[in-house]
Design a protein around this ligand. Sequence first.
Ligand SMILES: Nc1ncnc2c1ncn2[C@@H]1O[C@H](COP(=O)(O)OP(=O)(O)O)[C@@H](O)[C@H]1O
Ligand SMILES: [Mg+2]
Length: 341
Amino acid sequence: MNNDAILLEVSRLVTAFETETGSVRAVDDVSFQVHEGETLGIVGESGCGKSVTALSIMRLLPKPAGKILEGGVYFRGTDLTRLAAEEMRAFRGRHIAMIFQEPMTALNPVHRIGKQIGEVFKLHQNRLSDADIQHNIIEMLNKVGIPDPERRLIEYPHQLSGGMRQRVMIAMALALRPDILIADEPTTALDVTIQAQILDLMKTLQQENAMAMIFITHDLGVIADICDEVVVMYAGTVVESAPVRELFAHPEHPYTRGLLESIPRLETLRKSRLSVIPGMVPPLDALPSGCRFRNRCPLSRPLCETVSPELKIAGDRHQVRCHLTPLTQHHHISTRPSCLN
Ligand SMILES: Nc1ncnc2c1ncn2[C@@H]1O[C@H](COP(=O)(O)OP(=O)(O)O)[C@@H](O)[C@H]1O
Ligand SMILES: [Mg+2]
């Protein structure tokens, strides 16, 4: 497979919600590319627009409040935003599938899990016999590491542990061998050991199926393990993007640096508090002027208050939205009194 080929391209995407106080842009001019068979990580704190980006790609935004206002989502050149609803429905599952943070919201509590996985096959491959479907269900449950699948498939979602439920979700998402899987914080609700098992499983399945993936998380530590490329989002925009090694070796945006410092390390695990970025992601109807990160940024200067930074090239496939790039030149500023800036 040609790994340089672009499978999915999100181009200048703008997604807005109609609220009582007006329209807010939850995703504001976001672009990135996913290559065939590769994993792109999207990272950022809660409220940065990660899920809205994913739901825009899937065309599963809550209706009628959520709308794609501008931009395109190109799958091997086809703009998904322009497909008829019926065409998009056929596209989902077969080409592009998604798993969510909380599997209970996506599983139907009143149906046995075998039936729910079977529905995926029935919806998309109506020529399969019941025996074929049964065979496929058991094969999928085996693949995702669910022991004793013949017995499990007659159980209901509440009879499974959180980790087992997430495995069922993965089985449903991968049933039709999609070209790309969007995983929106798939391990956030699980405890740490189960989290590691699910990540391993996803990596293995991805390699076996030569599938691309968009992996969404608020934890940069998880990104290092699983991603080829990383997009860092802040307040609905991309603030930095780079190949994973480059991002960890040469983080440029002060926000990325803050996220990296908040990853627990062996030395810091003993301390009671991790370094976290002070403050919160601003609400969309009260974004600061200029740079959206500036009121939390230790390096903020007067320019940052008035001018919104554009994405700049910071290296090979490395882009940064910061006036101070390259940051190394300015790093000492943080220790100087602000009157000298
Ligand atoms: N249905 C909705 N109506 C209005 N605003 C929404 C809706 N869903 C999400 N948002 C807003 O969009 C922004 C991004 O949300 P989201 O993509 O869920 O963030 P993340 O997944 O990064 O935590 C947030 O400010 C959130 O409040
Ligand atoms: Mg989310």
